[in-house]
Design a binder for this molecule. Sequence first.
Ligand SMILES: [Zn+2]
Length: 576
Amino acid sequence: MSNQEVIYDEKFFENYPQHPHGGRLINKVLTGKAKEEGFAKAKSLPKIMIDLEAVITIEMIATGVLSPNEGFMNQADYESVLKEGRLANGLIWPVPLSFAPTGERNQEIVASLSVNDEVTLVDENMEPIALLTIEDIFEYNKTERANHLFGTNDRNHPGVDAIYRRMGDTALGGPIQLLQRVDWGPFEKLRLEPKDTWRIFYEEKKFNSVAGFITGANPLHRGHEYMHRNALEEIDGLLLQPLVEMAKREYTRHEFRMLAYRSVLDTYYPDNRSILSPLRVTYIFAGPRETVLHALVMKNYGCTHAIIGRDHAGIGDYYDKYASHTVFEEFLPEELGIDVRLFFEVFYCTRCHSLGTIQTCPHDENYRVNISGTGIREMLRHGYLPPKEIVRPESARIAIQGVQPKGLDENDEATLPVGQVIKSIFPFYLKYHGLGGSLRKKPLDPDQLTNEDLALAIRDVREHADLIYKDISDEYNNAGDINRHLQKQWVDEARESMIDQQEMVIDNLEEKVKQAPDKASDEFMYQDKSEAEKELKVAKQILDDLPKSVRGEDVKYRVWNGLPYHRYIGSDEEDE
Ligand SMILES: [Zn+2]
């Protein structure tokens, strides 16, 4: 059968700026006559029922997304991957692709199998999905797997839980052949396989470089966009792959996330340089190792660069905030074979008036609006579009329709305590008197915050985020403009009035000092000379503190030229 398979080998990729991981793009999709024969054979073989996660994994293997893997791992590869993060031949591969069927019926079949047997893998409706040729049968140790892969055996970790839930005690290794894949429903028409993206990038669009971006359960926010734009400055194309499978229960529905992406791409991204295509990947929840897997998936899709944000594929507090970055230090760039671009946590700084990271912005938290995907989803549940500084309104308006669960529960709470949401997005609120404000005497306690506080924080940002930089610019313009035509007359008038009024106060006090006795007859009703002098001194200081108006004639001194004007624009005629 395999002679019907199209081979995408080194030669095929010779003229491309990238190669699949391990050199060959695996193609295990049976077509035409081979497919017919495969279906006929599938009927007579023993059958093992597989769950949706296995169905998805098989499709990924068959279409080359997980190249160079041709099927489920044998023991040597499995253990080497688990312990070293590499296949037995030394090639980087971060997560095991193992197949240890559960369930009584399946285990009976597994017990009857020997090496070189073939089995049919069927889905939950008994539809044949793939053929598996057995190369290896080995004992499967769940505890060892959990500890090596996740660094914990804690069943609260969703990845650990999945091992115990989904895996049996005996694993089967060997190559697969795909008979049929499952329809992707609403995403079917946007679905792309690696063989499609290589063609699009390098034949149709003639890109020389492409950056991949894989994103999880959140609607598109401006932290994502910041990374995309940075990449687009130097890289020809972007492949944006929102994950559309196996999310948490609490998330933004995939079809709405895709539509939110679409609306922002159509409005803000350059034409023809971004390709949006959903990615159906089982969530592995392996934090840093999953990040490496994503980089290799991008490589197999033909990307030359991988954009990796902070806490990529992170989950709870199981991993260090930047573990997804440091994991890449274990590999040489050439053995990874994709240029990884790591980004620090992106936030919006109202003082800079731009998005930035701690790498690029020197300002304090009191000017900052942080970007937290969880916090954004919570705001949507509270019924507010997040500030435009962190989520484009085009994205937020669609995402609010697709968030689940929607609205607040019977106690007016969303899925997280409101104090945590405020802390995650509006760091200024706890410590400062408003955005850009001064330090509070005592920070607020997040546990004491209410929905009213969330509304106040959002309102503060909506009203003032734009004003901070504008105020600064206004001050500089007023002090710096030589041509005063754009200055506000009413401001100059107010400043002049204050000065006139203060001079009046001073005139009056000077008179008072003259008349004041050395000692007052009643210390509350009248003032003696020394206190009257003090009043006068203060009034004069206030006059000094008042801002001055600057009129056009006042700044003439700033303009002079040592030579006739025409000399500066190229004429050497001295007396023209
Ligand atoms: Zn800043």
